[in-house]
Design a protein around this ligand. Structure first.
Ligand SMILES: O=P(O)(O)O[C@H]1[C@H](O)[C@@H](O)[C@H](O)[C@H](O)[C@@H]1O
Ligand SMILES: [Mg+2]
Ligand SMILES: [Mg+2]
Length: 280
């Protein structure tokens, strides 16, 4: 039977590649940096330009589909995930990397129907790696099948995480408390790539055993969540329950054993949900 979302997925791959061209060209220009929620929460005109490019192309080709985009939400749009076909877009995941030309910068496009991710596309545009997954059909990088690591001993593992974009003392204390506990299990190492989507693709590729973060948004992880699960990995909430993509908390791991071991060490907290009503 024909796949009803194949056309949309092909479009996502094509537009992610075009977006990647824009990002690479912009790296050669001056990158004017603006800030959003804090002095280290960065945005550039390229984030906004790429989001417009992707959104316009989706509106033209799939006019009934809904859209959630990082920069549109920052500009005041709602972040409502309904049962309708919805494109969930992070035009540049790793904006701080982009600003510094640190080479992990991704275009992330997830597609959800009935609140279930049907396909995910993460284009790591400076590495020219196109990560894709279609629900039930596996995960791929540049056409090669992805498979998570088979390591089940966290002491033999590398764990990825991020420091996020808050420098409030309490938030930083929580992050370092979790990081210290995990590092001292001990694990082989801890890494931060600077992009949630790329960290999760590293899990899917078997290069790191797990990634966790509190404070991410649905657009950071929607596409990559399917890439991880289709590569044989697991997703979990930081308290060990089911993952909720609007909760801003995630553990993505190669195995349930390692995911659960990480949840034992995390000092969890709950940032305002992505679908929380706006504060006035
Ligand atoms: O804002 P962009 O799209 O670059 O994405 C975020 C990263 O993906 C997070 O992991 C990371 O921790 C940061 O919060 C960063 O903002
Ligand atoms: Mg992001
Ligand atoms: Mg972004």
């Amino acid at each position: 039977m024909a796949d009803i979302w194949q056309d949309a997925m092909d479009h996502a791959v094509a537009i992610a590649r075009r977006a990647g061209d824009v990002v690479r060209e912009a790296l050669l220009d001056d990158r004017m940096v603006m800030t959003k929620t804090s002095s280290v929460d960065l945005v550039t005109q390229t984030d906004q330009k790429v989001e417009k490019l992707i959104m316009q192309s989706v509106k033209d080709k799939f006019p009934t589909h809904r859209l959630i985009g990082e920069e549109s939400v920052a500009a005041g749009e709602a972040c409502d995930l309904s049962d309708a076909p919805t494109w969930i877009i992070d035009p540049i995941d790793g904006t701080t990397n982009f600003v510094h030309a640190f080479p992990f910068v991704a275009v992330s496009i997830g597609f959800s129907v009935n609140k279930q991710i049907e396909f995910g596309v993460v284009y790591s545009c400076l590495e020219d790696k196109m990560f894709t997954a279609r629900r039930g059909k596996g995960a791929f990088c540049n056409g090669n099948v992805l498979q998570v690591s088979d390591q089940e001993d966290i002491r033999q593992s590398i764990i990825a995480t991020e420091f996020g974009s808050s420098r409030e003392p309490e938030a930083v204390n929580n992050i370092f408390s979790s990081l210290r506990s995990i590092l001292c299990i001990p694990v082989h190492g801890v890494r931060t790539a600077g992009s949630a989507a790329i960290n999760m693709c590293l899990v899917a590729s078997g290069c790191v055993e797990a990634y966790y973060e509190i404070g991410i948004h649905v657009w950071d992880v929607a596409a990559a969540s399917l890439i991880v699960s289709e590569a044989g990995g697991v997703l979990m909430d930081v308290d060990g329950g089911s993952v909720d993509l609007m909760s801003r908390r995630i553990v993505a791991a190669n195995s349930r054993a390692i995911a659960e071991r990480i949840t034992e060490e995390i000092r969890s907290f709950s940032p305002p949900r992505d679908d929380a009503p706006p504060q006035h």
